[in-house]
Design a protein around this ligand. Structure first.
Ligand code: HAM
Length: 415
């Protein structure tokens, strides 16, 4: 027996209502904030991701699905959605549009992770990017978009974590202070953090191991080492968030797992589980477009895992609208009645009435049982006598009451 590959899942029909509900809310929120959809391919040149996400990150070092195609090209299945959007922005000359250009996506993401609840090797993300301006009001708007999206879905008890990790001017100074601080604790750090100290010191703050977390809690804070511009930017952002009445918490250990971030970083987490099951995260990446070969172009964005959203909708018992499905079943007895069923089902569907017709040669009792299981509202029953009389029997499935009606009245009644 074949099974789905580890860390992936089938999205069964009974789960689909959640997906359609979220897609609908994504479309609504994007329309409200002026984002347009951009769909990029599932794979790109490996270099696009290694350069943007960063060589020293877990994603690039351990998690990318990379292979050589038959033409000898190094290809990687998309491990995140921001770099492809920036590539498309440059490739299609979107810098010539009024800025910021606002783009969104719902897309599959591939990361070779250790699978666990809410962590998969293929997951889906809703993400959006606002490219072309460094106004902190845009940061506030991007954060507000995420917050309002989760509220619109009905989620509550969320916490908004915020930090500023500076820019290429002030970050090196901060990293020196951070490394000096950690030099006193090298023996206490976990093995991953020992490597981080050398390769990616900012990520030391992000370690989930209790002892490392204790050390991180007392570490120097990036916001105390911001240059004048970054400091002003962060203060303005906080003021805008207050104006928007968004209840943020400044978290000095929030640094995110991708290297392209500058200044603002933020995450939205369920209050109960915290960072282990972050609903979504994002931040500024003011240097990325330039690193990919464009002109200096500041930008900011956010992404959220759809499976994580569904997990939280279920945990919080939030009902989602049921998907529309056929409400009429046609049962039949006899060959002539079967012919009539085939014709009637087609006519009703052409007139916009969803119908499930009895297929096979089950007894009437079995057909009615099937109709019941399908949850239809009405069953139309056709037998030889009805055909002779030009009638059908219409059965209300909730009350089990039946009445005989003329076949040409059926459509009107069902509508
Ligand atoms: P990220 O934090 O790596 O950011 O992923 C965004 C969200 O995707 C996470 O908060 C989480 O909800 C979900 N997610 C990540 N990995 C998994 C997984 N293995 N299984 C299930 N869900 C997962 C980014 O990818 C950035 N591109 C976000 C961004 C957009 N920054 C700026 N613009």
């Amino acid at each position: 027996m074949y099974r789905v590959p580890r860390g992936t899942s089938d999205i069964l029909p009974k789960e689909q209502a959640y997906w359609r509900y979220i897609e609908q809310e994504v479309a609504n929120i994007c329309q409200l904030y002026g984002y347009e959809r951009l769909d990029a391919p599932a794979f790109e040149d490996t270099q696009l991701f290694s350069r943007s996400v960063g060589e020293g990150t877990d994603i690039v070092e351990k998690q990318m699905y990379t292979f050589q195609d038959r033409g000898g090209n190094q290809i990687t299945l998309r491990p995140e959605g921001t770099a492809p959007i920036c590539r498309a922005y440059l490739e299609h000359g979107l810098h010539s549009l009024p800025q910021p250009v606002k783009l969104y996506y719902i897309t599959s993401i591939f990361r070779y992770e250790r699978p666990q609840s809410g962590r998969y090797r293929q997951h889906y993300q809703f993400g959006y990017e606002a490219i072309g301006d460094d106004d902190p009001a845009l940061d506030a708007e991007v954060i507000d978009t995420a917050w309002q999206f989760f509220l619109a879905l009905g989620l509550h008890l969320l916490s908004l974590q915020l930090n500023s990790i500076g820019c290429k001017k002030c970050r090196p100074g901060y990293l020196t202070v951070l490394k000096d601080y950690y030099a006193n604790y090298t023996r206490d750090l976990c093995s991953d953090c020992k490597t981080r100290l050398k390769r990616n010191p900012l990520r030391l703050l992000d370690c989930k191991k209790p002892l490392c977390q204790q050390i991180a809690n007392s570490a120097p804070r990036s916001i105390d080492y911001l240059c004048q511009q970054c400091d002003t930017h962060f203060n303005k952002l906080k003021r805008y968030l207050e104006l928007l009445e968004l209840p943020f918490i400044v978290n000095h250990c929030l640094v995110r797992g991708l290297d392209y971030y500058t200044r603002t970083v933020f995450e939205i987490q369920p209050e109960a589980e915290g960072a282990q099951s972050t609903l979504g995260g994002g931040g500024r990446y003011d240097d990325l477009i330039e690193e990919l070969g464009g002109k200096p172009t500041p930008a900011i964005g956010f992404a959220s895992g759809i499976e994580r959203i569904i997990l939280n909708l279920k945990r919080q018992n939030i009902p989602v609208p049921a998907l529309p499905r056929p409400r009429v079943f046609i049962a039949n007895v006899g060959d002539e009645a079967k012919d009539e069923t085939v014709k009637l089902a087609s006519t009703l569907r052409k007139n916009g009435i969803g119908v499930i017709e009895a297929i096979g040669s089950k007894s009437l009792k079995a057909q009615l049982r099937q109709a019941n299981t399908l949850g239809v509202h009405h069953t139309v029953i056709i037998g030889d006598e009805e055909i002779k009389a030009g009638t059908v029997i219409l059965r209300d499935m909730t009350t089990a009451q039946q009445k005989t009606i003329l076949i040409n009245q059926l459509q009107g009644l069902l509508k």
